[in-house]
Design a protein around this ligand. Sequence first.
Ligand code: SAM
Length: 303
Amino acid sequence: MTTDTEKIFSFLDTLAQTTDELYLEAIIEACGKWLSGEASPVVSENVSKEDIRRGIQLAVLKGMKQNAQPHHQMTPDSIGMLIGHIASKLSVNEHNLTLLDPAAGTGNLLYTVMNAVGNNVTATAVEIDELLVRLSAVVAELLEQPVTFYVQDALRPLLVDPVDITISDVPVGYYPDDDNALNYEMMPTEGHAYAHHLFIEQSMNHTKPGGHGIFIVPANLFESGQSTLLHPFLKKKTIIRAVIQLPDSLFKSTTHAKSILVLQKPFPEMTATRDVLLAKVPNMSDKHALALFLQKIDMWVSE
Ligand code: SAM
């Protein structure tokens, strides 16, 4: 039997094949037709937001393969699922949760998290690439998720009120705009700053006291060249809550390996700092090991 996810993919794929446009542009157009009712996939009555997100994600992945751009890197579902789990546990008592993703890309990570935390969530998405913003905006409408978009360099001033949780698969590498980087504590005295450091700093600037930042970062974050700037920043401006190593098998090579870093912004009523959770995600195809791992995360959050 064909699933709703497959039906949605095949609807988008068929429409995209009938035009000469760039595949990703054609998907945006197809999603627009779906929204306006001009054409739509034949799906079951109880199609879920996750079915829709996954169907579109398959088409976007195909589009990204056909016309590869170095910065078009959608966050894989397995990582999105873990971040969604952590965010939903951290926000159990929040009734009007606010989220920010300052490097939203296609929105896949953001929507995975929004779908995981459930109702009463609003989000702000910032992304520098205009095509990706048009794509993620039309997907947000299809998912009926309330998201405000900004097409801009997220490291420039942001008109965003502090949020409960910032999530981000941060861009890794050097940030070329030295003049702007001088506004950040993690700008080195010589050479360019690390974009991933500045993204963490900017994200925590836009997170409420007591709120959290959940970041996908290079696994060697704490040992890399400019870590001497990172350590004092994290100590002074954040509380490190967890460092979760992702399985190497999710990445092209061990040099591309990533971890999840969970930070909290200090708040006035803060009591003594608890231990940092240092964990390693098991092989994600091992369902039993993964379930035990998620239980460990739940215990850590409830502590
Ligand atoms: N989570 C995203 C998803 O699921 O599609 C993928 C994020 S991707 C790893 C990083 C994104 O950061 C890219 O889409 C890139 O265009 C964007 N980016 C890079 N530098 C940026 C900047 N200075 N301001 C805003 N976005 C930026």
